[in-house]
Design a binder for this molecule. Structure first.
Ligand code: ADP
Length: 187
């Protein structure tokens, strides 16, 4: 069974996803990371998506879904996948559900809950540590958070209604949160 991670910017989602994927043997598909690789590739596509990423906007539907499609197609059926950063809106959700269904894959979701103020505090630390342009500019961070609330929360609610979501309290240390996630996932 695959996993789909959700959490507002600063919730620790990426860190937790990486650690869990490594420990439990998931292949990790990180949407933002894949897109940043394309951005840095010096190709026309890279130039095209640069402004979206730097401004904290979602890159166009066709581009991100092609990346997801190709990744899923290249991963063996018996290799479980942890998806981080996809789907982010309802259109992506429909396409994502279809891709997974077509490849005979099933998934549940993990949603790391954290309020905006706590999340903003964490991001300030991350911007200094990782040097990400889109984290250094508070306005861009707030824009991504708004997108999360407006576009991604409805997706999580739909998955919740379908009984697919495990909710995790995102307050506390990285280790505490990790323990909560791991126990919930392996239970
Ligand atoms: P964060 O979750 O903190 O915004 P990510 O690394 O997940 O960081 O994403 C960084 C950027 O990559 C996003 O602001 C957006 O421009 C782009 N991106 C990531 N995932 C998607 C997606 N599913 N659809 C469109 N754009 C995406």
């Amino acid at each position: 069974m695959d996993l789909v991670f959700f959490g507002i910017q600063g919730s620790g989602k990426g860190t937790q996803a990486k650690t869990l994927a490594e420990e439990l043997g998931y292949y990790i598909f990180e949407a933002g990371g894949e897109l940043r690789k394309i951005k840095a590739s010096g190709t026309e596509l890279g130039d095209l998506i640069k402004n979206y990423i730097d401004n904290g906007e979602l890159v166009p539907f066709e581009i991100i879904m092609k990346v997801v499609n190709e990744a899923v197609a290249s991963i063996p059926a018996d290799q479980k996948i942890l998806f981080d950063g996809i789907p982010r809106d309802e259109d992506q959700m429909k396409a994502f559900d279809q891709i997974l269904t077509d490849s005979g894959r099933e998934f549940r979701c993990v949603h790391i809950l954290l309020d905006k103020d706590d999340a903003l505090e964490r991001i300030k630390g991350r911007a200094e540590k990782e040097g990400r342009a889109d984290d250094a500019d508070q306005e861009k961070v707030l824009r991504r958070m708004d997108l999360f609330v407006e576009k991604t929360m409805p997706v999580i609610e739909i998955y919740e209604s379908a009984g697919k979501v495990i909710e995790i309290d995102g307050k506390g240390s990285v280790e505490e949160i990790y323990t909560r996630i791991k126990e919930a996932v392996i239970a």
